[in-house]
Design a protein around this ligand. Structure first.
Ligand code: ATP
Ligand code: MG
Length: 415
């Protein structure tokens, strides 16, 4: 037997409807906020992520699936959605059409990580990118979109953390302070953070290493360093979240893993699913589009991990109704009856009613068992009497009631 590669998973029929449920909610929520779907390739030139995600991030440092294709080009499977969307935005000149461009995507992502609950090598994200607006109201909108989505799937016990990581200008001062602090704690840092210290000390705050985490607790806090504009920006976001009745906590330790973030950053975290509790992360990235060769177009977005959403729903015992159950099951008792069942099923399906009949030559008892397994709502046995009279007895499996219905009235009856 050949197994799936480590860190990947099959989504089986008994679970796929849950995925559809979450994806449908994502699409519906995006729609009411005026966002349209964008689909970008599964792989990009590696450079898109080197520049768009950043060379000092965990993703670029150790998590990318990068390989040379047969033409010798360096290709990378997308580890996240934003960089590809930004590349497409620039390449297709979307900044010349309507702004803000409100985009969303649902995509698989690939990261070479140590697989564990809620951490896979192939996983899925629902993400949103709003490009072109620099004002703080759109930050609030994007955060509220994420919250609306989480609520629509039935997730309520999550904490929203927000923070500002300032702009290029105020971050310089902050980075200087961080460098001084981490230099005085240099020996305790992990090898990667020692390297980050000179390249991008902010990234150290995002390190998962326990020793680094301890050192991080005493590090200078960004909010003591941000400039007046950045501070006002954050205040507006907070004010609008208050207006929308969205509660949040300011958390100065949220810096996000990606290099291109500026100002607002946020995460939705659940206490219910253990270490992999971050279900959604996002923020403003005013420098990204220019970094990828576009104009100076600001942007903000987030990504939600779909596996983590499903984990949360599982852990909180939220029931999702399976909409794919067969509604009408016809149980023919012989060959002639099977032809009738075949005909009736076709008629029902034409009306958009899911219907099925026996394909296995089973006896009546076994057919009822099968109908029960597939969750059929109505079952009708067709025997020679029914063929002769043109009337079947339809059993409502949920209520246990039985009704005689003419073949011609079957569609109306089950509708
Ligand atoms: P973490 O801190 O858990 O590693 P991250 O900061 O790397 O998360 P992002 O890059 O912000 O995550 O991705 C957005 C969301 O995608 C995360 O909040 C999470 O829900 C999900 N996610 C990220 N990596 C994985 C993974 N390997 N497996 C499953 N879901 C993931
Ligand atoms: Mg990660």
């Amino acid at each position: 037997m050949i197994n799936v590669p480590k860190g990947t998973k099959d989504v089986l029929p008994q679970d796929s409807y849950k995925w559809q449920f979450v994806e449908n909610k994502a699409r519906e929520t995006a729609k009411v906020f005026g966002a349209s779907e964008i689909r970008t390739p599964t792989f990009e030139h590696t450079e898109v992520f080197l520049r768009g995600v950043g060379e000092t991030t965990d993703i670029v440092n150790k998590e990318m699936y990068t390989f040379n294709d047969k033409g010798g080009r360096s290709i990378t499977l997308k580890p996240e959605g934003t960089a590809g969307v930004a590349r497409a935005f620039v390449e297709n000149g979307l900044s010349n059409s309507v702004l803000p461009a409100k985009l969303f995507y649902i995509t698989q992502c690939f990261r070479y990580e140590r697989p564990q609950a809620g951490r896979l090598r192939e996983f899925h994200q629902f993400g949103v990118e709003f490009l072109g607006a620099k004002n703080a109201d759109i930050d609030a909108e994007v955060i509220i979109l994420a919250k609306t989505f989480l609520e629509s799937v039935g997730i309520e016990n999550v904490v929203l953390y927000i923070n500002s990581i300032g702009c290029k200008e105020c971050r310089k001062k902050y980075e200087q302070a961080l460098k001084e602090y981490f230099n005085s704690n240099y020996d305790g840092l992990c090898a990667l953070c020692k390297d980050r210290l000179n390249k991008n000390p902010l990234r150290i705050l995002d390190c998962k290493n326990d020793d680094c985490k301890k050192i991080n607790e005493g590090a200078p806090k960004i909010l003591d360093y941000i400039c007046e504009d950045c501070s006002n920006h954050l205040e507006t976001v907070k004010k609008l979240l208050d207006v929308a009745n969205v509660s949040y906590k300011i958390n100065p330790n949220i810096v996000r893993g990606l290099d291109y973030y500026t100002r607002t950053v946020f995460e939705f975290v659940s206490e219910n699913i253990g270490a992999q509790g971050t279900v959604c992360g996002g923020g403003r990235y005013d420098g990204l589009i220019a970094e990828l060769g576009g104009q100076d177009v600001p942007g903000i977005g987030f990504a939600v991990g779909i596996e983590r959403i499903l984990m949360l729903l599982e852990n909180t015992n939220k029931q999702i109704e399976n909409p794919n159950k067969v509604k009408v099951y016809l149980a023919p008792m012989g060959e002639n009856e099977l032809v009738k069942a075949f005909e009736l099923t076709a008629k029902l399906r034409k009306e958009g009613i899911s219907a099925d009949f026996d394909h296995m030559g089973r006896g009546i008892k076994a057919q009822f068992k099968y109908a029960d397994k597939i969750g059929a709502k109505f079952v009708a046995v067709i025997g020679s009497n029914e063929l002769a009279s043109g009337v079947v007895r339809v059993k409502n499996m949920q209520e246990g009631t039985e009704t005689d219905v003419a073949f011609d009235d079957l569609i109306e009856f089950v509708k």
